[in-house]
Design a binder for this molecule. Sequence first.
Ligand code: GCV
Length: 654
Amino acid sequence: MENWSQLWLNYHPAKDKGLFRYAGEIRSSEDTPILKNAVRELSRGLSGITGAFKGSGDGFIELCRDDSLPHEGYSISPTEDRMVISGGDDRGILYGVFALLRSFALGKSPEEAKETASPDNPLRMLNHWDNMTSDIERGYSGESFFFEDGKILLNERTEDYARFCASVGINAVVINNVNVKGDASFLITERYFPELRQMSELFSSWGISLYLSLNFASPMEIGGLLTCDPLDASVKAWWSEKAEEIHRNIPGFGGFLVKADSEGRPGPFTYGRTQADGANMLADTVRPYGWLIIWRCFVYNCRQDWRDRKTDRAKAGYDSFIGSDGLYRDNVILQIKNGPMDFQIREPVSPLLLGLKNTNVMLEVQIAQEYTGHQIDVCCLLPLIREVLETQAGTGLPRVREIISGKAFGNGNRCGIAAVSNTGNDPNWTGSDLAAVNLYGFGRLAFDMDLSSEEIIREWAELTFKADAEAIGIIEKILTRSRAVYENYTTPFGLGWMVTPALHYGPSPMGYEYSAWGTYHRADHFGVGVERGIDGSGFAQQYPEPLAGIYNDPETCPEELLLFFHHVPYAFRLKDGRSLIQALYDCHFEGYQELLEMAEEAKALSGRIPEASFQNIKERFELQVQNAREWCDQVNSFFYRLSAIPDEHGREIY
Ligand code: GCV
């Protein structure tokens, strides 16, 4: 038995509602690597769930191709004696197998297991920020399971990781950090080809394409050239040769993810070239192999002067990319963080997502809890992701989900969604047992954007824990409200950036206020928030109407984003009649109180879920309670000392 968790693929015994009779035999017409894995997984899962597999049932499960189904699509159809899983291709069949196993594990009936589905998003990707030095940038669950001391790791955990990904429909994985340095620059050289080849084969057998993050300065750093100017002929030739070499050595390779001109990384700006010049040069060199260039839009000036109120980091992504809309090759996808800043607990949707109409785009979210509690604080991010997908509802504008799935502007299958992964080599993979909901949920949501957070949470909890209905209910309740609670005791109303600099855990209300990172809240004696309307930085005007108008006016701006868009006096009246300052106090006190309640509720899980999970959850709640208390007291004291306005309810502020 492995000494690491099987997460939601635990396959513990479930109740039979008529499905078990199909578990007698598995028939597969073909024997491709993916189908071999599909059959193996099915028999592994069924033996755990039914406890009796190996020829005991009368019926059978049949896996087959059906060309009328779309790429990666599947259909599950029960008849009297057989359960047919058909797929548009091998990946489709594999996804059908996992869907059927889910139905078995959740105790569904044959009728409930019946389904025809295909993924909403063409690319469903995980980005790992794993370094070859073993550590993970913004990792909160141990060290890398891909790299150790400059070497690539390939073992049973790699295979389990691929199984977990496939089980929720992830079809692409970038294994190394976007900040490519040191040994990682050599991943595209013969030093690492043998292991990468094996990894790519392993991933492919689970329907996953291997991607690498790229160092834009590779021609200089590993190629001995004196420039990496994308328009230089020797640079282009170098990349063409490199791509051919990689193609020869790593079959199944998917392409590159590139962070350029950002936070000290090299890029085309150094040579007075555009981001499009850089991306297109690479795209041309990889075109013969059908690979993609995924180019990140996280480009901004990280050496800003805090005195300067006109420069606004929130505007940088749009400003750097919008002018080249339509100029990108069709094998380039621009990867855009969900908000214009950097994965705060709440941000408006990036205006770039709405603005680029003639360019392939994909959404980037972060399930590594960098600003959302380091996988110590429980924070289920599914409500946040769901909001991003739906944000434009009611405005007549296309919704983000339509944009990233290629439906809004007709950019076909060059689009999708990526998450910065929250995994590491901890035995439970995600540091906190509860944080695995974000990994599971991201995959499920990327595949099916109609799923609600509640549905996913419940499904995950039932699959993960062998627990009674009451325990599942407790976990569901905790997770469902966790994001709102975290937001309340940290930075409500879109405030952001009161976090301890660099570490990004715990409060430091003035920590980023005089920094060079462009991360300010501009709190003073009279009010708080960044003025981003027409009389401020003008960020609100980067949105199409009616959003630009809605965000521009503090009276129409959604309250949960008020301080993101406006510098607002403390006496400003919210819709419920409270002053802003009172609402700030209330949120913090209530958030902390709610957290205490959640921590108390979690105690009832004792004896109801496996002891190791209970201890993991309990210990993390103890730390979270301390963290939330610091946030509550420090932020409230900060505002009280600045404004000199007392809390109407006379609660203790220091
Ligand atoms: C990988 C933020 C993080 C960095 C991260 C960067 C990015 O700035 O703090 O650790 O670098 O985002 O997304 O590239």
